[in-house]
Design a protein around this ligand. Structure first.
Ligand SMILES: Nc1nc2c(ncn2[C@@H]2O[C@H](COP(=O)(O)OP(=O)(O)O)[C@@H](O)[C@H]2O)c(=O)[nH]1
Ligand SMILES: [Mg+2]
Length: 230
């Protein structure tokens, strides 16, 4: 959930990259890290095994623009796709404000995509989140593969009814478009919730004109944009 720090005037959002093992989640974060100016991002923290598989998670903080006088920071995480890391996935997904689901366009990975999508939904459900309301963006990665599945086939296989980004994380194609889309959706949701909340509350004597409204409570933070809906 969005975290406010009134002292440092920062608001933080957590975006989690999910998807099948080896679908390209870490590659997305590596590209983002490489392309952003050092002043706008922190270090990429990757905890991987010797064979470069993500063991725990990857983490990359990204500073964005100011919203209502607050510096906005996006915390990007990846979760390991392997089934054995169910518990880790759960921990990383806790408090997520938005999801990027990275699907592998390799037809041989179709089953793993679906399995990963189910695992993501299960983890969110266990966290008490309504999965049809969490801002999410689907990225169909590895479009450079000659045998890549057709996007419509992938829509059908994954039950995706909304536009997805066709990407090649290895070259960086549409990596930022994906990040922009999920960030916009998270921000839109956040503002909608704040406006809804402000409309139902009497004005507060302690708030000045330039100070944003106080943060939504956890219960109020459930996004209302359809996303991971079946
Ligand atoms: N052909 C191709 N390979 C990719 C692409 N993106 C990632 N990969 C490769 O897929 C493998 C797994 O990527 P990685 O980011 O570690 O996957 P993760 O397990 O989802 O974090 C690596 O060898 C990447 O180089 C892509 O767009 N096209
Ligand atoms: Mg990884």
């Amino acid at each position: 959930m969005a975290v406010y720090n009134h002292d440092s005037r920062e608001v933080q959002f957590k975006i989690v990259y999910c998807g099948a093992p080896l679908s390209g989640k870490t590659t997305n974060l590596i590209h983002i890290h490489e392309r952003l100016a050092p002043g706008t991002r922190g270090d990429l923290v990757s905890i991987a095994t010797a064979r470069e598989r993500t063991l725990f998670f990857d983490y990359l903080p990204v500073h964005a623009t100011e919203i209502a006088g607050y510096r906005t920071r996006f915390q990007l995480y990846t979760v390991p796709g392997q089934k054995v890391y169910d518990e880790t996935r759960q921990i990383v997904l806790r408090g997520a404000d938005g999801i990027v689901f990275v699907a592998d366009s390799d037809p041989e990975r179709a089953g793993e995509n679906l399995e990963a999508l189910e695992a993501t939904r299960d983890a969110l459900r266990l966290l008490g989140r309504t999965t049809d309301r969490l801002p999410a963006v689907f990225q169909y990665n590895k479009r450079d593969l000659p045998r890549a599945m057709r996007p419509e086939e992938m829509d059908e296989a994954l039950g995706v009814a909304r536009p997805s980004f066709l990407a090649c994380a290895k070259s960086g194609y549409n990596v930022f478009a994906t990040l922009d889309a999920v960030s916009q959706e998270v921000l839109r949701h956040f503002h909608t919730r704040r406006l809804q909340r402000d409309a139902t509350l009497p004005p507060r004597a302690t708030e000045t004109g330039s100070r944003p409204a106080s943060p939504p409570t956890a219960a109020e933070s459930e996004p209302n944009t359809p996303a991971l809906a079946r």
